[in-house]
Write a protein that binds this ligand. Structure first.
Ligand code: OGA
Ligand code: MN
Length: 305
C-alpha cells in the first residue's frame, strides 16, 4: 500500500508548503508549478528546503516541457553537459536521458546503469550540487530510485570511523567506474577519459549552505582512499557504504509520470532499483547542476580528543 503524506496545513516559515517523505530525509513540495518562472523569494525557499531536507518531490508536473525543466534547473546554477554525449536529448544538451527504450535501433538514453550507490558527477573537481529528475514514463513495478541521507549517516557513524574519515580523502574515478560497471555500453573514448581524470575529495564535506557535515563517499564511484591501495580501501569503503545505506537513512521513491525529484548531491547518494528492462518502458529526463569544490571545515583540536 502506498502511504501518501498529508500536507501540513500552514506554509513553512520558509514560505513554501511542504510535508515530510520520511522522518529523516525528503519533503514533498506543494503548490508549485515548475513550468512557470519562480519569483526570487520562492526560489530562495526551494533552495533552502533542498539544503535542509536533501530531497524535494514535486508531483503532477505532467506538462513540464524540456525547455521548462532546463529553465527551472538553471535558476540554481550552471548546468552540466554529461561526458557521455550519446544520451543527451536532441536540441537540449542540458538534459541527460535515462532510459531502457530503443528507437530506430538506437538506445535513446543511458541504460542498465545507476544501480550502485553514487552521487552524481562526484568524480569532477567541482561536482554537482543537485540533479533534477523528471519521470516521463515508468514501469508499473520496480524502477524506483532510492536515496540515502548522508547527514544522518555521518552523524550516526561510529566515532572511531568518523575520526578516521575526517583525515582522509577519497579518489573518485569515473573511467574505473565505467570499465567496472558499464561494460555493456560502448567504451569511453580516450578523449572522454581525458576529460574526467581521477579526482580526490574529502570523505566528509561541510555543506556550503547549511554548514552541516555530510559523508561524501560511495563505493561505486570511489576507487580507493588516497595513499592506500584498492585492495586496502575496498573493505572500508564497503563497510561505510553498507552502514550509510541502512534502511533508516533511505527514502525509496516510487515514480509516477509527472513526478519531479530534485536531490542534493552534496548530502545524498542514490541508486536505481531493478525493473523488467526487456519488457517495460522507463524514460526519465535529468538535469545536473554544477556545484562547488567539496571542502571540510575542521578544527585540528577535534582530532586530539
Ligand atoms: C541518475 C540516476 C537513477 C535512476 O540519473 O543520476 O542515478 O533511478 N538515476 O534511474
Ligand atoms: Mn545518478
Amino acid at each position: 500500500m502506498e502511504v501518501r503524506p498529508t500536507p501540513s496545513s500552514a506554509p513553512t516559515s520558509s514560505g513554501i508548503e511542504t510535508s515530510p517523505l520520511t522522518p529523516s530525509i525528503g519533503v514533498e513540495v506543494h503548490g508549485i508549478d515548475l513550468s512557470r518562472p519562480l519569483d526570487d523569494a520562492t526560489l530562495a525557499a526551494v533552495r533552502r528546503a533542498l539544503a535542509d531536507n536533501s530531497i524535494l518531490l514535486f508531483r503532477e508536473q505532467t506538462d513540464l516541457a524540456p525547455a521548462e525543466l532546463v529553465a527551472f534547473s538553471a535558476r540554481f546554477g550552471p548546468l552540466e553537459h554529461h561526458v557521455v554525449s550519446d544520451f543527451l536529448l536532441p536540441g537540449h544538451p542540458e538534459i541527460f536521458v535515462v532510459s531502457n527504450i530503443v528507437e530506430n535501433g538506437r538506445h535513446i538514453g543511458a541504460y542498465g546503469g545507476a544501480k550502485w550507490w553514487h552521487s552524481d558527477l562526484s568524480y569532477m573537481p567541482e561536482p554537482s550540487l543537485g540533479s533534477v529528475f523528471q519521470c516521463i514514463e515508468c514501469p508499473r513495478d520496480g524502477g524506483e530510485t532510492e536515496f540515502a541521507g548522508m547527514y544522518a549517516a555521518w552523524e550516526e557513524l561510529a566515532p572511531d570511523r568518523q575520526r578516521w574519515l575526517l583525515q582522509r580523502r577519497a579518489i573518485h574515478d569515473y573511467a574505473w567506474h565505467y570499465a567496472t560497471y558499464l561494460s555493456h555500453r560502448k567504451p569511453l573514448t580516450e578523449e572522454q577519459k581525458a576529460r574526467i581524470p581521477p579526482t580526490a575529495h574529502p570523505c566528509v564535506r561541510t555543506h556550503p549552505e547549511t554548514g552541516r557535515r555530510a559523508l561524501y563517499l560511495s563505493s561505486s564511484l570511489v576507487h580507493r582512499f588516497e595513499g592506500m591501495s584498492f585492495e586496502e580501501s575496498r573493505p572500508i569503503l564497503d563497510e561505510v557504504n553498507e552502514f550509510a545505506t541502512s534502511p533508516r537513512f533511505v527514502y525509496r521513491h516510487r515514480w509516477r509520470p509527472g513526478d519531479v525529484v530534485f536531490w542534493d548531491n552534496r548530502s545524498t547518494i542514490h541508486r536505481a532499483c531493478p525493473f523488467d528492462e526487456q519488457g517495460a518502458r522507463r524514460r526519465m529526463h535529468r538535469t545536473t547542476i554544477k556545484g562547488d569544490r567539496p571542502f571540510l571545515e575542521l578544527d585540528p583540536s577535534e582530532l586530539d580528543a
